[in-house]
Each structure stands twice: as C-alpha cells, then as structure tokens.
Design a protein around this ligand. Structure first.
Ligand code: ATP
Ligand code: MG
Length: 287
C-alpha cells in the first residue's frame, strides 16, 4: 500500500450544487487516476442518482448493501464496499435508489450532519484518498459529505452562468467550517468542459482565476466526447481510452492534487475575501 501522506488519508468532496458541471466525471476519473498512480483510493457515491456507481460499471440492481445502509441502518461502511473495481487499488461504496430517502430520514436523527463522518472513521485510514461524489444540491447529504471531508474540489463548467450560485456553495462551506468541521479546506477549483476556442470559456477562466487565485487547478479539463462515452461502457476514461485528451487531463489533475496535498499548499493561502451580493456574476461577453 502506498501511503506517502504520513499515514493520513485525505477525504475530498467533489461538490457544486449546480447540476451537470462534471462532478461525477471528475469523481470517477480522479479516483481512477489516483488509484493508477498507486494511491489506494475509495470512491463514495453520495448522490441518489447513482451516476458514479453505474459509471464504474456496478449494476445497482445486484447490490445487497450501499451507502444508505451505512448512513441509516448502522451497517459498517466496510461491508458496503465493492473491492478492486477495474483497478486493484480502487474500491467503491455505491449508491442505490434508497439514498433518495436519506435526506428526509436523516432529518430526525441526532447528529444528522455527522452520519458519514462516523461511518468513515473505521475505513478512512485504509486509503490515501477518499473521493466523494456529491448530489447537485446543498441538502443534508452534501452537508454530511462536507462535514466528513478534509477538503472540497469544486468543478466549474465553462458556460455562461458558470460562476452564478457559487457564493451559495462558498457560504455553505463557511457554515460547515463554523459549525461542524473547522479544518475543511478548498483543495482546488477545476474548470471542466473547457473549449479554448470560445471567448466565453476564456472569460470564465480569467474571472475564476481572479477570485480563486492559487486555488485554481493549473490543469483544465477540455470538452472531450470520450469522457462522455466512457460511463456507458461502465469504465473510467483511462480504461476506455487512455490516449484521449480527457484521460491525460484527469491523470494530470491527479498529479497536481497529489503535489498540492503533499506540500499542504492550502495552509499557506490567505482566506478568501467576503463576497459582495452580486459577485461572481458574468460580465457581458462579446459576441
Ligand atoms: P449532476 O449534477 O447531475 O450530478 P454532474 O455535475 O455530476 O451532474 P456529470 O454527470 O459529470 O456532471 O457531467 C454532465 C454531463 O456532461 C455528462 O453527460 C458527462 O458525460 C458530460 N461531461 C462531463 N465532463 C465532460 C467533458 N469534459 N467533456 C465532454 N462531456 C463531459
Ligand atoms: Mg453527478
């Protein structure tokens, strides 16, 4: 087992409440890239849509146990794992339809924000990285993930409304830091579906860089049809088309993440300034 991070695992939430920005694509392919780089990795699907689960080829109908059982039925998270999915160092905790009810069922539980943190305690040190795919909302499931995580990676799609709503996510991160998880960090902001030919993309990149500064990943993920095709074959991109630009980009993101964590770069960043109410709205884009 490769545990270069002084025996400490890093739990990373892939979060953005906006739908379809590349959370699942990032979770699956970052996890697979980290496992390929010989870091033992656990991918947790915390989205009732179960796209990470099906994206790695796990048939949801055949599962006896899933994340739901660990969050609400008192099962050990270890029992819900599917081991060595495609890669020897990649394990997956899948999501099934049951998870739809978890948001509502958790409400009445004591310590309702801490269910995932508790469930992770016994397994997190088996891994160098735990990557958690969040649903497109800021409900109790996402709150559980942020409370359990050491850090957040925020994918941003290069589109007109890319940065709108981000202040809501950043406020939620602050709320979690204040109330449940003071050491929650932002490990990186990742531009997805980038098309260098479009002015709009360039402008989103400039504006995001202006605000997030060194938190931006230097690597961006280009729009690449192979990335969109891979889930229908139940495979991470590196096993579907390792030569594709999508595969190479996610391998590069994994390397950048590993370097960031190793240097604990986040610790030296100044805190983000407060957001004025209309910050992060897009400027006019020339036609
Ligand atoms: P949701 O909010 O519904 O969970 P999401 O944020 O997880 O969505 P994805 O499912 O990863 O987003 O991506 C949305 C769609 O865009 C998918 O069809 C996916 O295959 C496609 N996609 C993601 N990244 C890329 C990319 N870099 N190039 C081309 N297609 C992409
Ligand atoms: Mg998703």
């Amino acid at each position: 087992m490769n545990q270069r991070f002084v025996g400490k695992s890093r739990v990373i939430a892939i979060a953005n409440q906006k739908g379809g920005v590349g959370k699942t694509t990032t979770a699956v392919n970052l996890a697979a890239s980290l496992a390929t780089a010989e870091h033992r990795t656990l991918l947790i699907d915390a989205d009732p849509q179960g796209n990470s689960t099906s994206g790695v080829g796990i048939q949801r109908e055949t599962l006896d146990l899933s994340l739901y059982d660990a969050l609400l039925e008192g099962r050990a998270l270890a029992d819900t794992r599917v081991a060595a999915v495609h890669l020897p160092l990649l394990d997956v905790v899948p999501a099934t339809q049951d998870l739809v009810g978890a948001e509502v069922e958790l409400v009445g539980r004591p310590g309702r924000e801490q269910a995932l943190r508790r469930a992770l305690q016994d397994v997190r040190d088996d891994y160098a990285f735990v990557i958690v795919d969040c649903p497109p909302s800021l409900g109790l499931l996402t709150l559980n993930v942020l409370t359990a995580a050491d850090a957040v990676v925020i994918p941003i799609q290069c589109e007109y409304y890319a940065l709108e709503g981000l202040s809501q996510l950043l406020n939620t991160i602050k709320l979690v830091q204040r109330n449940f998880n003071p050491s929650l960090a932002i490990d990186g902001v990742l531009l997805t579906m980038y098309d260098a030919r479009l002015n709009l993309c360039k402008q989103v990149a400039v504006e995001a860089k202006e605000y997030f500064g060194p938190r931006m990943f230097a690597v961006t993920i280009p729009r690449n049809v192979r990335l969109a095709e891979a889930p229908s074959f139940g495979k991470p991109i590196i096993l579907y088309d390792v030569q594709s630009v999508g595969a190479r980009s996610y391998l590069a993101v994994a390397q950048e993440l590993i370097r960031r964590v190793e240097r604990a770069q986040e610790l030296s960043h100044p805190p983000l300034p407060a957001l004025p109410p209309n910050a992060l709205s897009m400027p006019e884009v020339p036609a």
